[in-house]
Design a protein around this ligand. Sequence first.
Ligand SMILES: [Zn+2]
Ligand SMILES: [Zn+2]
Length: 329
Amino acid sequence: MVFPQLAPLARTTTRLHPRPGSPSVRGSSVGGPLLWPVAEAWPFCDGPHQPDGRPATTVQDVRLLRQLMTAANNRPAGDMLFTPQEQEVVDRIDRGRPWPDEPVAMLPVAQLYCRDVPHLRVPEQADMLQVLWCPFDHPEQQIPKTALFWRSSALLTDVVASPPQPVAVQHEGYVPQPCLIHPELVTEYPAPLELEQGLREQVEQWSARQKAGAAPGSAYDQAESAFYQYELSVAPGWKVGGWAPWSFTDPQPLPCQSCGTPLEPLLTIASNEWDDSNHSWIPYEDRDDATRDVYPDPARPSLVSVAGFNLQLYVCPVSPEHPHAELLQ
Ligand SMILES: [Zn+2]
Ligand SMILES: [Zn+2]
């Protein structure tokens, strides 16, 4: 090992590798149906939902637009993108719908069973995690508001068949496309900014030497730490656990608002499974498609976009009752 000092900082992470599919309530998913008890009210968000000057859209229109995009992209090259009839529908969808005044039903984002994600640390008695979000930006961080539910699936027999849909959504990227997950365990190390200074400098020097061997103009021809950060330390994409992908802010402590204990990363909701800076993380089975112009882009299987960044959810290791935190990176 080049840096034995990194060994104690290793964390096991589960990359989820969402891929479009037809998940069921009894399975793990991204954007799939939730095993939701009939006896429990579906969560709604009261906002505030501050209008951003643009019209809102709906889940139905987002899904219809994606169907049209898929159809258009599967036609032989040389065709116009949309037929005139399709274009009329697209234009209608583009005009949007008015901003909602009423509470907004939350949308399923992920359902994860421990049997699929063994490193998911669940509270006693629970065997699954459900994540929902309100598909609008909210004050302070300007991101969707998330809600977490831990459940014991064995206790749930009467489940909701047709959950409420939000009356509107702010962005197309806030509607996750239903995906099955393909969990993979990987080892992560902290981003350079989280290392203590001496070790960070050593890592940066080593990373710069690796970079020197890279082709000019390649993605990590940017900063000394880039090769280490993007290709080796923090995995991109949807994942459970791991380290924070610090990008536009310096690392900051995230203390629990109830007890002050440092919060730990739970789930990363990613806008991209990979980008130009981290090709080493592309699964082998996706490498051919990754270089082609296909829809949906294999780097964006869930079609989620949170301003193109990662929305990382943090929880308190002391108690699942303590409030979770959201961090955009
Ligand atoms: Zn809301
Ligand atoms: Zn706490």
